[in-house]
Design a protein around this ligand. Structure first.
Ligand SMILES: *Cc1c(COP(=O)(O)O)cnc(C)c1O
Length: 378
């Protein structure tokens, strides 16, 4: 797609084999959830190592259904990080629960602070949602210990982290009770809109499978094949189905995911090497963490918000697109939750530089060179 930026933040490539896969699906004429969705679920389960994978319409839908499957309802509290995309908190609120914002560890490791989570547990707390920010796993060993001790369901928001490993090498999505993935356009495995719920627990998978299609006891595909004549409704469900063209796209793209993630990782290694000695730049996480992560974005830390904003303006003027992720406490809807100092510090100080699987080393060198110039000027 054309953009006013010569180096865009992300770049989605759709090769001919993907186009052909979608075309074949359209020509066959079965467009809603059916055999390609089933095949995509099976392939994704195998790729992640999950016992069960249930495809849904979005990552947000995955979070909503995961929380409902965990039994979250009105009057409950769900602890989520303040430094995340708003969908993590909104999903708890769809269930009638309250989202409790916990702070993150540090600007260098902006995932849930387990001590802050512990301090916010109340008799009403039902679940904790860990977010694997930018493709780096949260501290799942500590969170699992805490949630196990306190009888809380541990849900993973893996929207930015497909394929990442935790510190103990457990794949994200399998380290807690339920893992939620997104296939939105900016995510590493993208089909436009789509999501997946992964879990080792049969009862959670069955609940999600039921709720994604109105809690009907048979789906259209079964009835089409004569496997069922009618159906019963056994709960209040939703239309959170994935459709077949998107499942076809997911199936076509999944075999290239490992190579795409390695290309992102290589881009991050290049950035970190070139940025290691640039004054005023701090690199979050360690080189070791980089190897286990899957790099939804490449974030660096600058000294303060003023510098960050000036650098972003200078890079934009050079045709280089960047972004930053706010703390939920900055939004009108979440302002009454009060301050979360570490989430706000990381929100203020970081900038996400261009990164995609198709990015060439020359572009990374250009970004680093322009960044150096911009920093020297502020
Ligand atoms: C993208 C994202 C979501 C939502 O996924 P959608 O597929 O866009 O609904 C949820 N949480 C995080 C952390 C995300 O980055």
């Amino acid at each position: 797609m054309s953009t006013p930026f010569s180096i865009p933040l992300t770049d989605v490539k759709v090769p001919e084999e993907d186009v052909q896969a979608v075309l074949a699906c359209l020509e066959e004429g079965w467009l809603t959830m059916g055999p390609r969705t089933q095949a995509f679920e099976a392939a994704f389960a195998e790729w992640t190592g999950a016992s069960h994978a249930v495809a849904v319409a979005s990552g947000t839908a995955a979070l909503h259904l995961a929380l409902l499957a965990a039994g979250v309802g009105p009057g409950d509290e769900v602890i989520v990080p303040a430094f995340t995309f708003v969908a993590t908190a909104a999903a708890a609120r769809y269930c009638g629960a309250e989202a409790i914002l916990a702070d993150v560890r540090s600007p260098l490791e902006p995932t849930l602070d387990v001590l802050d989570v512990a301090s916010r547990i109340s008799p009403r707390t039902k679940a904790v949602v860990a977010v694997h920010f930018a493709g780096y796993a949260a501290d799942m060993v500590a969170l699992r210990g805490l949630c196990g001790d306190r009888g809380l369901v541990l849900i993973e928001d893996c929207a930015q982290a497909v394929g990442a490993l935790c510190a103990d090498e457990t794949p994200v999505g399998l380290a807690g009770d339920i893992g939620c993935f997104s296939f939105f356009s900016k995510k590493q495995l993208c089909v436009g809109e789509g999501g997946m719920v992964a879990t080792a627990h049969e009862e959670y998978a069955a609940k999600v499978r039921s709720l994604r299609s109105h809690a009907m006891t048979s789906v259209t595909w079964d009835r089409h094949r004569g496997h069922a004549e009618s159906y019963d409704i056994v709960d209040v469900g939703f239309n959170y189905r994935l459709d077949e063209p998107r499942a076809a796209l997911g199936l076509a793209r999944l075999p290239r995911l490992d190579a795409d993630l390695e290309a992102r990782r290589e881009g991050v290694r290049t950035y970190r090497r070139l940025l290691a000695d640039v004054p005023g730049v701090e690199l979050p996480w360690t080189d070791e963490d980089v190897e286990r992560a899957t790099h939804f974005a490449f974030c660096i830390l600058l000294p303060d918000r003023g510098t960050r904003d000036a650098v972003r303006d200078a890079l934009a003027a050079d045709g280089i697109q960047t972004t930053w992720y706010p703390s939920l406490t900055y939004f009108t809807e979440y302002e009454s939750h009060g301050r979360r100092p570490v989430s706000e510090e990381v929100a203020d100080r970081h900038v996400a530089l261009p990164l995609s699987a198709s990015m060439v080393p020359g572009d990374i060198e250009t970004v680093v060179e322009r960044l150096g110039v911009a920093l020297a000027d502020v």
